[in-house]
Design a binder for this molecule. Structure first.
Ligand SMILES: Cc1cc2nc3c(=O)[nH]c(=O)nc-3n(C[C@H](O)[C@H](O)[C@H](O)COP(=O)(O)OP(=O)(O)OC[C@H]3O[C@@H](n4cnc5c(N)ncnc54)[C@H](O)[C@@H]3O)c2cc1C
Length: 483
């Protein structure tokens, strides 16, 4: 992705981009869900869906469903849909209902009832609006990450990007501490002006060679391990990722054309590999099956500086926030695009390096808050893992303020708080409202003395009928993939 973006942007500037990778080391090979920003990537580098999707067994994604994270009656499952232009008819009504419910009056507040893409997910429909339908949906994809990597590498070769198969064993620094040369296993030396570290969790250049400190998020994101088991594709393909809370973490279900990707992300402090694999196998009805499982370790956190000297870290080498909202490739894109802006603005010098690092660090922190909120708001009591997550005192001040704005403790509502924190670009206020409402995070209702309000229930009924009528215009995932 990085090589293609840089090459696309700077092809007329006499800048030569080369990609080095080692088949011996390989790729992590997981990461099969995206946010809508992946569509921007393909649009930017001018590759059509009809070209890349079939080659990567990709499907359309309208959002994520969260099952069993909350035990609040009526909120055992909810969806976080991607935005849609239809939302302008939904958001105000949703905000109004939430306001009434937070003042103790029992009205409909389940997020699934308000948003078009949740309606589409329920009907296993895709997000592509037909020609005659005037409003568009943002959407992401599910894809085979191994195939996507190979596809992009092939496109890169066709576009003249150098591709070197070699294992880098050392990096030489000059007197200013800048990287001058990479040394390969065969003792070849590769010189360049600028180096992008895409070496995965090891962070070969940024962490190992330049010694940039890694800031762990393990205080409030406990998961550090995953086990992965693929299963055959379903005949009727879902258009959403399903994230199901299990005893010590959560399991993803990602529908691709040729298989379903499944994995269990868990904390090794609470659960060992064998128990995690058994729990996932049980969920998938594979206890007696000999389908193999892959076990992975995850390093959750970020480097303190993503760009240091003449080195930029992108991908797992710069950091990783666990995959609950599939934000890693989104952060990859955000990093590349911000780097291009700041490097060009500084006339290809390090002039705006610290501004860049602040922007990317804020982005990591903003995304982290949203992910941590899922754990904080869980109401499960079945294991110590969930109790510790719900009671974890080490949550950031920014997240604390968001929760306080929701409960009314700050004197202003959540929307001004999100604006004040300048984080709507990561997760907009609708996403925060959906999360908080989706967990059923409301004051208890007093059923003995129900509060009366002058509530117009037909408004919500009409809205649901409107969403269903909108949904009629869309095709199922299966039908979209055949066309
Ligand atoms: C459990 C899990 C689930 C995930 N789910 C999602 C998701 O749903 N959505 C999402 O967006 N992201 C997800 N991610 C993150 C996603 O997998 C990564 O962001 C993505 O695959 C990019 O990885 P990478 O290129 O940074 O690292 P890697 O895939 O590890 O690639 C590293 C590359 O560097 C090369 N390399 C390393 N060292 C050397 C060396 N010394 N010499 C030469 N070459 C070298 C390797 O050969 C390889 O090509 C997930 C991650 C995990 C762990």
């Amino acid at each position: 992705m990085t090589a293609l973006y840089l090459n696309h942007r700077w092809k007329n500037k006499n800048i030569k981009v080369s990609l080095i990778e080692s088949a011996d080391i390989g790729i992590i090979g997981v990461g099969e869900g995206s946010t809508p920003s992946l569509k921007n990537f393909f649009d930017d580098i001018e590759i059509k869906e009809s070209e890349w999707m079939p080659q990567c067994q990709a499907t359309y994604k309208v959002g994520i469903r969260f099952d069993n994270w909350s035990t609040q009656p009526g909120f055992e499952s909810y969806r976080h849909p991607f935005p849609s232009q239809v939302d302008k008819f939904s958001s105000d009504l949703f905000a109004k209902q939430l306001h009434i419910r937070r003042h103790g009056i029992d009205v409909e507040v389940h997020p699934d009832k308000f948003f078009i893409q949740s309606q589409l997910a329920m009907e296993k429909k895709g997000p592509i609006a037909p020609y005659h339908f005037p409003l568009e949906n943002a959407y992401g994809y599910h894809f085979d990450s191994g195939l996507l990597g190979q596809y992009l590498a092939e496109i890169a070769r066709l576009r003249g990007i150098g591709h070197i198969q070699a294992k880098v064993t050392d990096a030489l620094l000059n007197n200013n501490g800048m990287i001058s040369t990479l040394v390969t296993e065969e003792n070849t030396q590769i010189n360049a002006d600028f180096f992008i570290d895409c070496t995965g969790f090891v962070g070969f250049l940024i962490q190992k060679k330049l010694q940039i400190p890694f800031i762990s998020f393990s205080d409030n994101l406990f998961n550090d391990s995953a086990v992965v088991i693929p299963t055959p594709a379903n005949k009727t393909i879902n258009s959403e990722t399903v994230s199901t809370a299990l005893q010590h973490g959560w399991a993803w279900d990602i529908p691709l054309q040729h298989r379903t990707g499944n994995g269990y992300v868990y904390s090794s402090a609470y659960c060992d590999q064998t128990s995690a694999e058994t729990e996932l196998r049980k969920k998938l009805n594979l206890l007696d099956s000999d389908i193999g499982a892959r076990h992975l370790k995850m390093k959750v956190g970020r480097v303190s500086q993503h760009w240091s000297k003449n080195c930029l870290a992108i991908g797992l080498s710069q950091g990783f926030i666990e995959p609950l909202e599939a934000t890693a490739l989104h952060l990859v894109q955000a990093t590349i695009l911000e780097f291009i802006i700041q490097f060009e603005k500084g006339n290809f010098t390090n002039q705006f390096q610290s501004q860049f690092n602040d922007t990317i660090n804020n982005r990591f922190e903003g995304v982290r808050d949203y992910i941590v909120a899922h754990y904080r708001l869980n109401t499960r009591t079945d294991t110590q893992y969930w109790l510790d997550n719900a009671n974890n005192p080490k949550i950031s001040e920014s997240l604390t303020r968001i929760l306080q704005s929701w409960t009314g403790a700050l004197g202003h509502d959540i929307e001004p708080e999100i604006i004040q924190q300048n984080i709507a670009g990561y997760f907009p206020v609708d996403s925060w409202r959906i999360l908080l409402a989706g967990y059923g995070f409301f004051p208890a209702l007093d059923h003995n003395h129900p509060q009366q309000g002058n509530i117009d229930h037909t408004e919500i009924e009409n809205h649901q009928a409107f969403l269903k009528r909108c949904g009629v215009n869309f095709k199922t995932q299966n039908a979209l993939l055949i066309n």
